[in-house]
Structure formats: C-alpha cells, structure tokens
Design a protein. Structure first.
Length: 318
C-alpha cells in the first residue's frame, strides 16, 4: 500500500516536518475534510501523542476521557508491540468508538511505511468511522507551545528533539539521532550517563550504594535490557528520576548539568536564539526547568514556556 503526502491549508491539521501529513489513500479528500469540519459534522476528535515511554489519549469534549498507555515509538518498537498498545486503549472507547470520526496521531519516530500501515489497521479495527492523520511529535509540541506564533520548540522527555516553527509548520530541524546517536538533554541520555559510569566503577560510593539498593544493576541485567530488551530507551530513561532524587551527592548536579549543556550547545545554539525564544515540552524538560533557565542565561537562550503535556493544549482546539 502506498501513502500519499499532502500539503494542506494552514487552518487544517499539519503533520510531519515541513508541513506535511500522512494519510491512507482514498481515506480523505482535503476539501471535503475542511467542509465537514466547518459544517460541524465531526462528532469527536481523538488526539494521540505518543512517545517512547507513554502514549497520551484525549477525546474532545470529554473531560474525563484522558488517559495514558504504554509508549509508541515507530522507529524502534516491534510492530507487534505497537498493535498491543492500541489494543490496550480499546477498552476505554467501547461506548463511543463509533462517535470518533477524526483521529490526530502525533508520534515519535513516525515515517510513512509499514508502521503506518499497522497503525491504520489497528485504529480502523477500533474506530471504523474515523479519518486518521499522522504527524510528528515535534509538530504536536510546536502547535501546543506556539499556536500561530513563531518560535523554537524543544522536546525533552525520554529522548529529545527540536525545531523552528514558523506558525504553521516545522521549517528547520536539527536531527535528534535517537538514543544511540543523540537525544542530548533527554532522560535517556542522563540514564545512559549514570549506567555507563556504574559499569565502569566511576560513580561516587554513596551513589553506587543507593543505586544498587534501588535497582537490579547487575551487568547481565543491564546488557539484557539495553541490547535485547523491547524498549532500551525507556529502560535507560527510567533511571533519570533516581538521578534527580540524589542531588545531595557530590557530582550528581554536574551529571545533570552536563546533559543539559550538551543539548544547549549541540542543538539549541544551532537555531536563531538571538531572535526567538525557546519553548520546552515534556515532563522531563519541566523537571529541569530551573537548571535550563540558569544554563540558558549563560548562552543567551531564553526559555519562554514549559509545557508538560501537549495533549492538554491540543485537545482544546477541537
């Protein structure tokens, strides 16, 4: 099955970098979509924002219909695992599945291809009347943070990503590289630094003691989770709260700051930070707020806004 890349008007959903969205062939005529939206035919819109650690689901007009499931990252997760997450969400929608006629899926690692085919089948089995559009998690973050204004957006969650948003699309993006080649500033990089120092015996003794008491950090268990586990990024990022909870130990602050400085130096300074502010989206980024603001001042980076969950903002648009 081939997927069609469509350029849409700026008042409709825009997905993927450079202002594109992905849709299944024959599913939607763009003008018809605009007309249906204006005529108020659509009953419910489901907003889905998926990251490596968690997926957030919210239904427009249903304050109580917001919940989380396991994460979805189409670039690193097996297809079977992605289908299982959608199946997990099905029980929440049994009573209103036919009322949902519009789905906006924003996901990490999303590209047109096999992953979208699988997502399409999974969603259609639960929401038979829905038109489904797919866009990047970066676009979701930008729209939530800036609306129709211009600005720089930074995702700091399990991983990291960034872009310059012109008020409708992402027009510049410094590639993340994922947790192996990049993700500077994210929880996975902080967890990776901790575990790397642990296996080489470089951690302060007290930090090592606390880590060994809190987790199974045997070399065998680490290797199994990182190299043979289903979600290596999520596993490494799970150590980030531990790092933040032990800032009383000498050297931990430096570990946190090094991670954030890498993101500022290697990523944010590549944008026009002299002219535009930065909005940070993600629970990990919000936890780093004070550190980021302080470090940003050293480099002339202004952090204007911190948003924990873009879904809370995006669902209000519908």
């Amino acid at each position: 099955m081939r997927y069609t890349r469509l350029q849409l008007p700026t008042d409709t959903f825009i997905g993927e970098n450079m202002g594109y969205m992905w849709m299944s062939p024959g599913m939607l005529d763009v003008n018809d979509h605009c007309r249906k939206k204006l005529d108020g035919v659509m009953k419910r819109t489901l907003i889905i924002e998926a990251g490596a650690t968690k997926t957030e689901w919210a239904v427009s007009g249903r304050e109580a219909m917001r919940f989380r499931t396991a994460g979805i990252n189409c670039s690193v997760m097996p297809l079977e695992a992605i289908v299982n997450v959608v199946a997990e969400a099905e029980e929440y929608f049994r009573d209103i599945s036919e009322d949902i006629t519009d789905i906006r899926f924003y996901g990490a690692g999303l590209v047109a291809g096999e992953s979208i085919i699988v997502l399409d089948k999974a969603f259609k089995s639960v929401f038979p009347n829905a038109v489904i559009a797919y866009g990047s998690d970066l676009l979701a973050a930008a729209r939530a943070a800036w609306g129709r204004d211009k600005g720089i957006v930074a995702i700091l969650g399990t991983g990291s990503n960034s872009g310059f948003y012109d008020g409708s699309t992402i027009v510049e993006n410094i590639r993340s590289g994922g947790f192996i080649l990049g993700d500077e500033g994210g929880g996975v990089s902080l967890g990776k630094a901790l575990i790397a120092d642990h296996i080489k015996g470089l951690l302060p003794k007290e930090l090592e003691r606390r880590l060994s008491e809190a987790y199974d950090v045997s070399y065998e268990n680490i290797v199994r989770n990182v190299y043979r586990g289903k979600n290596a990024a999520g596993y490494l990022a799970s150590f980030a709260p531990f790092v933040f909870g032990n800032r009383d130990i000498e050297g931990v602050d430096a570990m946190i700051e090094d991670n954030l400085r890498n993101f500022v130096r290697r990523v944010l300074l590549r944008y026009d930070v002299g002219s535009y502010d930065v909005a940070v989206v993600g629970s990990f980024g919000c936890a780093c707020r004070e550190d980021l603001v302080r470090i940003g001042k050293e480099y002339g980076v202004r952090f204007a806004e911190f948003i924990k969950s873009p879904v809370e903002v995006l669902v209000k648009e519908w």
